[in-house]
Design a protein around this ligand. Sequence first.
Ligand SMILES: [Zn+2]
Length: 185
Amino acid sequence: MRTCIGCRKVFEKTALIRIVQAPDGQLIPDVKAKLPGRGVYLCSRLSCIQKAVRKNILSRALRNKVPTSELTGLEEKIRDALQGKLQAFLGILRKGNRIVVGRESIRKRLKKREIHLLLLAEESSGRRTDYEQGNIPLRILFSRERLGRAVGKSPQPVIGVLDERASLELIRLVDMADRLSPGRG
Ligand SMILES: [Zn+2]
């Protein structure tokens, strides 16, 4: 369990984003939770990140001055890091044949209850009712182009994830990144 330095609420470590400071002062969202050094935790609410930045809570928590240039745009940096992690994760799943593409293949696999998560491209979000069946979790992620690229394919309107545990992790990451989208908080 760790405390968000913004709202001071306690969360499970996996629900928080760890931020570390590089020797040059740069802030790095440690989305792989592997970086050494002193880390501080933020929940993925935009308001907490903004508060930590605005009140310079970050510098205090890191016990080191954070350059102003690093404070502006931290939320974008975190969102980019989460999206990068999502993209890499999808690539790994594709290599392990845990991703299904193509409407027909997806339909067949849905019928067999083999799909645990559907990821719909932003441009295809209007068609979500086509896929909302059987309580399969569905999330909107990336453009068609980026979604396809993540799984080593041409642009894709939708992909299905066959791995149940990976699906839970993907949902967690997508929801975190979503909370950081402009207009949320
Ligand atoms: Zn918080």
